[in-house]
Design a protein around this ligand. Structure first.
Ligand code: M7G
Length: 420
């Protein structure tokens, strides 16, 4: 079964480079979530639709979206809700000049506008890989065989735009190994000792694929996310969440336009593995950006819920149990059907803190040590369900631990409050 799945798999996509840029402003028709829920796009967002081509409008829409999520969180998802959808026209690809890193941090407001505009960057144009100028290596990992690079691309007027490139050696595929051994270039002996020897082997180009993930234009926050830094553990009580974390994420979090693009089928529509269209208890399951779908060893999918009023684990109550059960059950079934991987070989979890505050669930191969699957970040979905069965407000009561990078502004907030 697994072998068959693998064979089907290998005839699938073999793309080494991901260059996806997303577009779209506010939905033409704001989705509704149940009788009592607020529209996803509040009045402010609707007004901005009129000139959503402008960068400022997109930046402001970013705030409007945050506001909608926050307000919506207080309401309940009822029956007979409308399905969220929208049809905004994609905006042109922005050529947005950015200050060089050496210029120091931009003022908060400008930075927020830049971030919202960058996250809403629409699709279509190919990424000019050949003209990327290397600024610095943000991080590399010998174990993951990956490099996180800060690059810059010059625009026509000489302005520099930041990009993050994540370059990863793709895992070996069993059926290519023989070919690799047969068709290698020169084999250079490095060391020999008794029955042990090491060689430098140069594979032919077709067998030396590198997966490249591009974030372009990248914001200061993206650069920080991939920069190697010390990390510190924070233990967040519910009061800390309310007084420190929530106000912070409302003002600072990454734009989730890419999530809305998937939910509204403006991006990655052809990659959807499964959808339950129910606006309250439904979700979309897609391959995660981290997975190139060439092999099952590093299988990685994410389930994005349709409703837009649940930011993270902290918002979950017993009300969300039907939704969570759907994600668990249908996600497992869909993965077993499509990829032949049984539920018993999947790690299914939520991140806390996530990078993107729209509830999503990670599905990874159990044998794959995925980034973010450590004890201080991953919460198994089945445990989350059990906890909510024990206590409907479990996640509004207990303290949660997570790690923050040394220069993350949230860590500074916890320090200022004397909580670290
Ligand atoms: P997270 O827990 O919010 O943060 O997970 P993390 O990125 O620090 O893990 C978000 C997940 O969404 C990650 O696994 C990302 O790889 C994935 N992801 C991010 N983006 C921008 C995209 C995207 O545009 N498409 C898809 N399919 N996955 C994405």
């Amino acid at each position: 079964m697994r072998r068959n799945a693998r064979l089907i798999f290998n005839s699938c996509l073999r793309v080494g480079f991901f260059f996806l840029f997303f577009g779209g402003g506010p939905s033409k028709e704001p989705g509704l979530c149940g009788g009592g829920c607020l529209p996803h796009t509040p009045q402010r967002g609707l007004r901005l639709r009129e000139n959503h081509w402008s960068q400022a409008a997109r930046a402001r829409y970013g705030h409007a979206a945050t506001e909608a999520v926050t307000l919506g969180a207080a309401r309940r998802c009822g029956s007979g809700a409308l399905r969220p959808h929208g049809g905004a026209v994609p905006a042109p690809f922005p050529r947005r000049p950015r200050a060089a890193m050496a210029d120091g941090p931009a003022p908060k407001r400008r930075r927020e506008e830049e971030e919202a505009a960058a996250e809403a960057a629409p699709g279509g144009s190919p990424f000019p890989l050949g003209s990327v100028r290397l600024r610095r290596l943000l991080r590399d990992s010998a174990r993951e065989k990956a490099a996180f690079v800060h690059g810059q691309v010059s625009g026509p007027a000489g302005e520099e735009t930041d990009a993050v490139l994540i370059l990863e050696k793709t895992p070996f595929r069993e059926e290519e190994i023989e070919e690799l051994l047969r068709r290698h270039g020169k084999l250079e002996l490095q060391t020999r000792n008794d029955i042990y020897s090491t060689y430098r082997l140069r594979p032919p180009p077709e067998l030396s694929e590198i997966k490249a993930t591009v974030v372009y234009p990248a914001t200061e926050k993206h650069l920080q996310k991939y920069l190697r830094q010390e990390v510190h553990l924070v233990r967040e009580t519910w009061e800390d969440y309310r007084n420190i974390t929530l106000p912070f994420i409302q003002s600072q979090s990454f734009s989730i336009q890419w999530v809305y693009n998937i939910l509204e089928k403006k991006a990655e529509a052809d990659r959807i593995i499964h959808e339950n269209p129910d606006p309250c208890n439904g979700f979309v399951l897609v391959p995660d950006f981290k997975w190139n779908q060439n092999q099952l060893e590093d299988l990685y999918l994410i389930a994005l819920i349709h409703r837009r009023d649940v930011k993270s684990l902290r918002d979950l109550t017993a009300e969300h149990l039907p939704l969570l059960r759907n994600v668990l059950q249908e996600g497992k079934e869909a993965i077993a059907k499509r990829f032949g991987v049984p539920g018993s070989q999947l790690r299914i979890y939520l991140h806390y803190q996530p990078s993107y505050y729209h509830l999503h669930v990670h599905f990874t191969a159990l044998g794959y040590d995925a980034p973010g699957s450590s004890a201080e970040r991953a919460h198994l979905l089945e445990d989350v369900i059990d906890n909510l069965l024990l206590d409907a407000e479990y996640y509004q009561k207990r303290a949660l631990t997570f790690a923050l990078r040394a220069d993350e502004p949230l860590l500074k907030k916890f320090r200022e409050a004397g909580r670290v």
